[in-house]
Design a protein around this ligand. Structure first.
Ligand SMILES: Cc1ncc(COP(=O)(O)O)c(C=O)c1O
Ligand SMILES: N[C@@H](CCOP(=O)(O)O)C(=O)O
Length: 425
């Protein structure tokens, strides 16, 4: 499988090249040149398959020229090392919990897969690689955990100062020497812009091998297709509505590709906070990025989502508006539903899952069947919000010890030259 740039379909790279480069030099995003189709009867016996078997079937066609079956199986075994339990919230509505990995967020799947691919690809290289990652809260922690102690790879994490939760910040700033944190005096879009500018800087790229660990990297983004299959292991070949709390839209786009491969998702529903550029597009047809607004679902505070480029590359505007329904909610409504679901259904949503659940409920007003919301982070990551819902101690022991650790970060203004100086020294 080759990968083209969304800005230039003639540019072709292998999986290995696309992963190592992270981002094409034309400011587009890499896309697989075709979407493989699963056999028609694949879902007949899906209940007999394990998530790792599914991961192998789904991912193999995207990587087979660069990873042998044994290598891929080994990477999958380490990546899919935790469960994705399905918890009933009420009636036909369930939460698919994606947060049982090392950093308590769904990003652990993509970050681990990417780290293991790069470790494999850099094994025989003499040179080192620097991973640049912009985070609004969760990607950074998952990437730090996945890349910590990986040889020949350095990680630089850019995060918006004062706009991530206490636990998220500790997950970014307490790792070993190969993981460095830059506290940017701006918002997530500023962090993402600095990273994208670095990829367009040919002088920097001559001096440093850089790659990305955001969902812009295909090896971060493609494995996110796999957990969409988990509810079908439980419910068989039933049409399901899946609600995705969304910010940079990598998760939803991975779901759309899984559907294109044959996954019988009946309807996708995107839940956004006040950063509602995509729901507005879905309702009006106008795509108008806006400055980021700070909310209690901070990891979704993205004003100009990267993966929108991929969505419009995959589908026409009409198709997207048909496949995805989008809704946006305020912090007040989000907190209200967290309280309601905790009191009435004894289920504690995190603020991101809560936005997804609100979107699911909105869509289900006029639809039937089973609905699944992706619970993308453990509520313990957002204690300041959760404390308004319950005083229960929900902090796992491993998180408790992290909170005690000392934060190590470098503060920096939104200044590309300063950032470049930091990178090349
Ligand atoms: C907890 C949580 N939920 C949802 C999202 C949104 O996912 P995406 O950026 O893939 O839309 C993020 C961040 O990306 C997140 O950390
Ligand atoms: N919500 C993300 C923002 C970056 O998203 P990514 O999936 O493109 O890495 C975060 O938590 O950092």
């Amino acid at each position: 499988m080759n990968y083209y740039s969304t800005k230039n379909k003639d540019l072709r790279k292998s999986f290995r090249e696309a992963v190592i480069e992270g981002l094409p030099s034309d400011n587009g995003l890499f896309m697989p040149e075709r979407i493989p189709q699963l056999p028609q009867d694949y879902f007949k016996n899906i209940q007999d398959k394990s998530i790792r078997e599914i991961a192998f079937d789904v991912l193999k066609p995207f990587v087979e020229e660069d990873l042998k079956d044994d290598q891929l199986k080994n990477i999958i075994q380490k990546t899919f090392s935790f469960d994705f339990p399905l918890q009933k919230i009420k009636h036909n509505n369930y939460a698919l919990e994606l947060f049982h990995g090392p950093s308590y967020a769904f990003k652990d799947v993509g970050a681990t897969f990417l780290a293991l691919c790069l470790e494999e690809f850099y094994k025989d290289e003499q040179e080192k690689c620097t991973i640049l990652v912009a985070t609004s809260g969760d990607t950074g922690g998952a990437v730090a955990a996945a890349f910590s102690k990986v040889e020949n790879i350095e990680v630089v994490i850019l995060y918006p100062s004062g706009k991530v939760s206490e636990l998220q910040e500790k997950q970014l700033t307490t790792f070993d020497e190969n993981v460095k944190a830059l506290e940017i005096e701006g918002d997530f879009d500023d962090c993402q812009q600095l990273v994208k500018q670095a990829f367009l800087d040919s002088d920097l790229r001559k001096k440093l091998n850089i790659s990305s660990a955001n969902s812009i990297n295909v090896a971060r983004f493609l494995p996110q297709m796999v957990y969409y299959f988990a509810p079908f292991i439980k419910f068989g070949n039933a049409p399901l509505t899946i609600a995705v709390p969304s910010g940079n839209y990598g998760n939803l786009t991975a779901g759309l590709i899984a559907q294109k491969m044959g996954l019988p998702v009946k309807q996708f529903v995107a839940g956004a906070n006040r950063n509602d550029v995509v729901p507005r597009f879905l309702n009006s047809g106008n795509y108008e990025p806006k400055a980021t607004i700070q909310t209690i679902s901070n990891a979704m505070d993205v004003g100009n989502p990267s993966n929108f480029q991929r969505m419009i590359d995959l589908f026409s505007e009409e198709e997207i508006r048909e496949k995805v329904k989008g809704y946006a909610f305020s912090d007040e409504t989000t907190l209200e539903i967290m309280k309601k679901v905790f009191t009435k259904n004894n289920y504690l949503l995190d603020p991101h899952g809560a936005v997804g659940y609100l979107a699911l409920m909105e869509f289900m007003k006029s639809s039937e069947g089973k609905g699944i919301v992706l619970e993308t982070a453990h509520p313990c990551k957002f204690m300041d919000v959760v404390q308004k819902v319950t005083d229960k101690d929900i902090l796992p022991d491993s998180a408790q010890s992290l909170i005690q650790k000392e934060k190590k970060s470098v503060k920096m203004k939104v200044d590309y030259e300063g950032f470049k100086e930091f990178l090349v020294g």
